[in-house]
Each structure stands twice: as C-alpha cells, then as structure tokens.
Design a binder for this molecule. Sequence first.
Ligand SMILES: [Fe+2]
Ligand SMILES: [Fe+2]
Length: 437
Amino acid sequence: MQILIVEPDLEARLILELSLKKEFDFNIHARSDAIDATALLELFDDFIAVISVAQNKNEETAFKLSQKISSNTLLFVLGESNITKDDNVFFMDSLPNTKQIIDQIHSKIISSKKEENEKRIDSLPLKALSLEMLNFISCTPVDIHLKVKDKHKFQKYLSKDTCFEQAELTKLEMLNYKNIYIAEKDFIIFLDYITERLSIVFDSSELSKKSQKEVTQKFFSYLAELEMKPAVVEMAQKTIDSVFEEIDSEKNIKILLNKIFKENKDFKYQSSMMTAAISIAMVGQFSWSNNNIKRDLMFCSFLHDMFLSNKDKILIQSEQQLNNSFLTDKESVLVREHAKMSFDFLGRSDNIPQSTLKLVKHHHGAVSGIGFVQKDLSSAISEVEKLFIISESFSHQLLSSPKGKVNINRMAEKTESLYSDKVFQPYIEAFLKCFKS
Ligand SMILES: [Fe+2]
Ligand SMILES: [Fe+2]
C-alpha cells in the first residue's frame, strides 16, 4: 500500500511526510502538483490515501486527482473545493489535521483487512455443521466461521487452536445462529477431534449418569453430520451398549416405559429408547431371538431415522399419512427415502453388520428402503424386521397418547389397520402379551 501527498509548500509537505512515515510502513510519495502526482496514480493502483491541496494557483489539484483515484482510496482535501463529498473524501483546512488523517487511514486499513478476509473466506469451500457441535468441545483445532446475517458472506469467528467458554455458545444461540462453517479441507480434522473428545467424555468415570445420557442424546442427534469412521462407529457401539444395560436392568416393561417417558425430553431420543425397549421385550418371546438380533434391534432403534429431525416426520408410517401431512415436496422426498439414506450412510462403514444395515433399510417395510409397507411385500421382509416395525408403531402411539390415557387395545387396533397383513399379527400379539403380563 502507498500514500501520496500533493502539497506545493515544501515545509508543509515535509512535515506531513515525516509524520506519516513515523506512523505507517508504506511507501510515501510527496509531490508538488497534480501533473507529477497523476503520473504516479496512473502507475500504481494501491494508494490507500491521497492528501492534496484543494488548489495550487490555477490548478484544481484535488479535483484532478479525484478523477484518477479509485473510489476506495481516501482523499483528504486541504482547503476549499467543490469535490462531491462521499465516505472516502475528507475536507480540512489548508493546515492539515494530521491526527485525523492518521486515524482515518488506520480505520481504512482495518476495514480493508476485514474485506480481504471475507473475500478469502468466501472463496473457500465451507461445510455447515450444527452450532451444537460446539457443545462437545471447548477448544477448536480448526478455524470456525459464521454466516454473516442477511448477507451471503462468512466471517471467521474462532481461529484455529483457540479455546472458548460455553457462554459463547449461549450467546450465539440467543442471536439465532444455527450453524457453524468449517473449511472443507479442515472437516475431517474437526470431526476426528469431536469424536475423540466425545469418547474421552463418555469414558470418563467422573461423568454422572445424567451427563452421560446428555452426551449420548447429543451424539445420536448429530450422528448424521459425522462421518462413519471406525472411531464414530465404536462410539455408537459404546453408547448403545450403555443404553442396552439401562433397558436390560428393568424387567418390568411398564415401569421402564414410564421412566423413558419421564426422563427424556427430546422426542427423537425418547422414541428411539421406547422402540428399543419394546422391541427387546418383544423379541424375548421368540425362539429365534439371540444376542446378535438384540444388537441389531438396538442399533436400528437409534440409527434408523438419523436423517429425520422432527416429530412430524418421525411419526409418519404410511404413504397416506405422508400425503396428508403439511410437508413440502422436498421434505416428503426426505421422509420417503430416509430409510435408504440411513442404509447408504451407515453402509460406508465396514464395521456395521449387514443384518443391522438390512434392518435399517427395511424399517418401514419397503425392500428398497424407499416408501412404506405394501401389502404383497410384507412376506419379503424378515421376522425381526416385522417385529421392529410393530414395536415402532406402538412406541409412536404410546408417545402420542395423552398423559395417563394409554388404551392398549385401541393402540393394537390402530396398528392392525396400518399393518393389516397377517404376517404382522404374531408381533402385535407379542406386544400385547408383554404389556399385559
Ligand atoms: Fe422411526
Ligand atoms: Fe423411519
């Protein structure tokens, strides 16, 4: 960057030149008239400021220069002139106010650096992640950006290797920020770091049962944003094992379901817990049950709807319910295809068994993983898949029942009408049996 001074008076020119040299590490050119100065302006285009006398004898010096400089250059006019005023033009007496000139140049440097930074960030490919990802960490291994409100621009919010307080997160939530943005090249580094932090937190013996549950809930909520790397699958396995222990330690299904209902406020997690608890209780009644099948049911309960974020979408179980919903076309496609999407996503890992993947793909009864159960296709899906479908139907109805008004027989009738094929009957009965016992 450079600065140009145009002042015919030698002494005034030198004083100004020296003051600016003391302050800035730029090339500072001093000229006595517009002819000389114009040549410089034509030669270079990186002048941050031009300080010029308004007039030199008959020459409209400042006006001539104003025709040559870019709209981004600061112009300080010393003396009377009829140049149009704008944000970058400053008028002062013929005796220049050096302090004001220095201050304005400084703030111009700051704002051009900011613009430069924004330009640089805008040209980076960025990936969005939920703001809540910051819940898992207190320092960031990569630069984190935010989208500038009402502008399609990004701004660096946290620099690589900085630590932050959780209050920062609350502040952003209050300002209604939903996402953070990470450069594509840093994405894997960031996710690896999150996974590592999660595992440490989860394994920590000091972690109370309550916080462990919070970590588990958050982990499942944002699983779709992570990559199916071995560490993530291992983490999923660990969390599911701990939930299984919780479910397995309570043999009375009514007490267990009540507890799940009371202790978990997040609908998606509540629904996963209910489906897991009901399917594990139901499968115990069948001779073909074994530990691998229980593991598949547990995994599927927590991962099958990973791409659905809200209750309205999660509750849809048939094409008719989907058609009657208020979802947009895009949301409807997501609901129709979410089973296949989860199957594809989880399938990127070599560590998830095929039986689990198949259960995820078929969890609405469609072999392709797209759409819902169709009459003649019911026999094409396995026994455990039918059991899962029925357990989820009951889980949704239990969660949707008004408090204390659970009518099991009415719930069974509704499930029968949704899944009228007789192949589902043994599982409806299995549910009634474990609930009525
Ligand atoms: Fe579901
Ligand atoms: Fe689903």
